[in-house]
Ligand binder design. Sequence first.
Ligand code: GDP
Length: 202
Amino acid sequence: LFAGPCEFIFASAKAGDLPPLGPPEIAFAGRSNVGKSSLLNALTNRKTLARVSHTPGRTQQLNFFALGGAPGAERLRLVDMPGYGYAAVGKEKVASWGVLMRDYLRGRASLTRVFVLIDGRRGVKPVDAEMLDLLDQSAVSYQVVLTKHDELKAAERESVLAATAEALAKRPAAFPDILFTSSHTGEGIAALRGAVAKLLAE
Ligand code: GDP
């Protein structure tokens, strides 16, 4: 699944402008700077993916990529969601971001899981909790991925894992297993691939 190319297929910039339904979709969300681009590159062994999503103008879009086959024959779609919580973004953009996200999250039959990236050094912050609220309200299954594993000591990892588990305990759409990754050391990347592959097998 991750050995072949991962080609860009579609950018959705406004509500109602989504690609026709196809194979299962897995989406990646997280606040700006959480390490989403780095993780997507590590996951797919590509540099192009993040380059596309980091192109100015595309950062406020949902970017769709084909995985496990050429576009049109892909087995899975990877969806890079726009980063949130960036202080310099104006109110208007935050509002249009919310509309775009809701539009996608509600009633997208092929959306199988959202991986929510949370900075391992920070844990679940209010801006992350808002994203989790939106996912719970939309009844979309999601799984938390803590990033920047390499930045923490063992004891710090234990405490952020425990705090995150507690933050998820009463959330109806949360998948209980928490992944911990590093794009720098490769920690957790195989586990993340495994989690994605398992979704396809279900
Ligand atoms: P994005 O804004 O979520 O797409 O984040 P980026 O992937 O662009 O990364 C943001 C910053 O975090 C950059 O300075 C990266 O070098 C750094 N970063 C990303 N992943 C890791 C990681 O696994 N470990 C460490 N230590 N830094 C990381």
